[in-house]
Structure formats: structure tokens, C-alpha cells
Design a protein around this ligand. Structure first.
Ligand code: OGA
Ligand code: NI
Length: 343
């Protein structure tokens, strides 16, 4: 095991100020007073009846949201309240375990399939982020589940169950997104080849001065599609028309966003939008993103039918493995990793 940077969850019990290596330069701070809090501006889509009478209406709503916002929320998604409560509970319990127990999973090597770490990529970044995270590969489940933490004792059962359900939701959304682009319903699923699914449990401790640092600075997600579960604490913000908009949690609702790979497959028609997580000085926050990804050897390129003389291919083709490596190396600097793959 490499020498660990201390986890925040341990650090904050000893500090009442923000340590210098977490402090952003003045030109790159959250400016929380300027954030808009208009929840209504992120579409909330009701998935009830997707496999029945409402399918075409829902596909249209999803298509519009992907084009205009890159982000939407879903309700009546088929994942039970009980399972949502359980996954949030077991996530909190994990971060309450004694340090020695949690640190069994520590690694700062992004290629590890199960790892606990802090910030974003401690090997590459200059300023640290106010976040600890446990990251897991979750599909195919049987390839990875035996590597996951076994404490709390229900961890593997709950996270396994949650991941399987989350995958079911993702596959339905990928169908809807494919159809909304005029593609075969299994187009995106096939383009991802032997798919991969990762999950993070993000833990953002309370922060003495939230104006000085980020939980996660502005970034786009490198994968194809992300389904985010948040607890009841606000912190996610989306960049829209050069302004940050808060996406405040709605119980039993997921936030869905287009990742870089669908922006490429859709030839730029659907947007992988910049978002960030900010912290607060009163309570800790948990979020659980599910990242649906191509397999590392999948070749990603704009869909043929979305290319014509008016719309030449915006991106060159590449393997997801190549993209993913660049993403971690690039370390969440401003802008979008996608710009390195323009045609
Ligand atoms: C992420 C992310 C937002 C949040 O993990 O990629 O954007 O609210 N998380 O935790
Ligand atoms: Ni993200």
C-alpha cells in the first residue's frame, strides 16, 4: 500500500480551520452567494408507464432534456424507497467505521477496482478537494463483489442489490436516449461493448469555511451516463448559461446526467454538462453516483446516422481506455477532457 494522504473524515476531527492545501486561489472559489437555487430549471421526468402507454412522451422529454440541459431528474424509476434508504444508511455506516478498518481499502491508484481515497487524484493535483470516496466496480457483480468491504456486514448485499437495480434503470434510460436520437433502442448499449459499471460513495465532511474549497470542482463525467443519488443535503450544482444552479435533493429521485461518451456518440447533440459539488459548514453530505461506462476496449465515435455534410464528426474515434486514462491524469482542471479528442 502506498503512503496514504490522511482522509478528511479523520482530519476534520482535529481541525477547526481549512488546511492550506485545500484552499483555492481567489480566482477559483465557489462564490456561493451567486448560485441560483431554481430547482424547477432541472427537468423532473416521471418514468411511470415507460414500458407502456407513456413511452413516446417520456422519450421526447428525455431527448429534450439531454439536448437542452444535459441533466434531468427522474421519479417513479422502479428502485424502491427501502433500497434507497438502505444504500444511504450503509454508506454512512462505512464512513463511521474506525480508521484502521476503513484504511484496509485505501489506495491512490485509479486503476484499482475497489479503493478508498480522498480528494480526486492525490498524485496529480495541486489543491485538494473536501471529499473522501469509496469507489467500486459493480458490473459484472460476480467479478468484483468479493473485493468489496465486508464491514458493515450488510455492505455487499445492499450495494450489490442497489447496483443491479441501478443497472436496470440505466439500461432503460439508454434505450430512451438511443430512441430519442433516432437510433435503434440498443444502439448505445451495443456501442459500449462489454459494459462496465462503477459506483462511488462520496463523503463530504462538514467544512469550517465552504467558500475556500470544493467537494469536487467543476468537471464533466468521463463515462456514458451517470445516475446520482443524493442524501437530503444540498451540494450539487450545474453550470448553465455561465451561472451555477443548485440541484437540491428531492426524496426518492435520481439525478441523471449525460457523460462525455454520449456527447461523442450523439455527435455533440447531447451535452455532457459541467457540474460541481460544494460543501457546507453545518452537516456532512453523502452522494452515491453510478457511472455507466464503455468497456476499456470499446471504440467510441459519433454515430454514422448523426453525421452529414452539415454536421461533420465533432470527435475522432478513440478507445474508452485511452480516454479514461487521460481523464484521471488531467485531474479536473478547468474545461473538459473531451476537447483533447476533437476531430
Ligand atoms: C461525481 C459528482 C456530485 C455530487 O462524483 O462525479 O459529480 O453531488 N458528484 O456528489
Ligand atoms: Ni460528476
Amino acid at each position: 500500500m502506498s503512503k496514504a494522504q490522511p482522509l478528511l473524515v479523520d482530519l476534520v476531527t482535529h481541525t477547526s480551520y481549512v488546511p492550506p492545501h485545500y484552499i483555492r486561489p481567489i480566482s477559483d472559489r465557489p462564490n456561493l452567494r451567486d448560485v441560483q437555487s431554481s430547482d424547477a430549471s432541472i427537468p423532473l421526468i416521471d418514468l411511470d408507464g415507460f414500458d407502456g402507454p407513456n413511452r413516446s412522451k417520456i422519450i421526447k422529454e428525455i431527448g429534450q432534456a439531454c439536448k437542452a440541459d444535459g441533466f434531468f431528474q427522474v421519479k417513479n424509476h422502479g428502485i424502491s424507497e427501502r433500497l434507497i434508504e438502505d444504500i444511504l444508511w450503509v454508506s454512512r455506516e462505512f464512513f463511521k467505521l474506525p480508521e484502521s478498518e476503513r484504511m484496509k481499502n485505501y489506495s491512490d491508484d485509479p486503476s484499482k477496482t475497489t479503493r478508498l481515497s480522498t480528494s480526486f487524484n492525490v498524485k496529480k493535483e495541486k489543491v485538494s478537494n473536501w471529499r473522501d470516496f469509496l469507489r467500486l466496480h459493480t458490473y459484472p457483480l460476480e467479478d468484483f463483489i468479493h473485493d468489496w468491504p465486508s464491514n458493515p456486514t450488510s455492505f455487499r448485499r445492499i450495494v450489490g442489490d442497489y447496483s443491479t437495480n441501478a443497472r436496470g434503470l440505466v439500461l432503460r434510460l439508454l434505450e430512451a436516449i438511443s430512441e430519442s436520437l433516432g437510433l435503434e433502442k440498443d444502439y448505445i448499449e451495443k456501442a459500449l461493448s462489454k459494459q462496465a459499471q462503477h459506483m462511488a460513495i462520496n463523503y463530504y465532511p462538514r467544512c469550517p469555511d465552504p467558500e475556500l474549497t470544493y467537494g469536487l470542482p467543476g468537471h464533466t463525467d468521463p463515462n456514458a451516463l451517470t445516475i446520482l443519488l443524493q442524501d437530503q443535503v444540498s451540494g450539487l450544482q450545474v453550470l448553465r448559461n455561465h451561472k451555477w444552479v443548485a440541484v437540491n435533493p428531492i426524496p426518492n429521485t435520481f439525478v441523471v446526467n449525460i457523460g462525455d461518451q454520449i456527447q461523442v456518440l450523439s455527435n455533440g447533440c447531447y451535452k455532457s454538462v459541467i457540474h460541481r459539488a460544494v460543501v457546507n459548514n453545518s452537516v456532512e453530505r453523502i452522494s452515491v453516483p453510478t457511472f455507466y461506462c464503455p468497456s476499456p476496449d470499446a471504440v467510441i465515435a459519433p454515430a454514422r446516422s448523426l453525421i452529414d455534410e452539415q454536421k461533420p464528426p465533432m470527435y475522432r474515434s478513440f478507445t474508452y481506455g485511452e480516454y479514461y486514462e487521460k481523464f484521471w491524469d488531467w485531474g479536473l482542471q478547468t474545461g473538459c477532457c473531451l476537447d483533447m479528442f476533437r476531430a
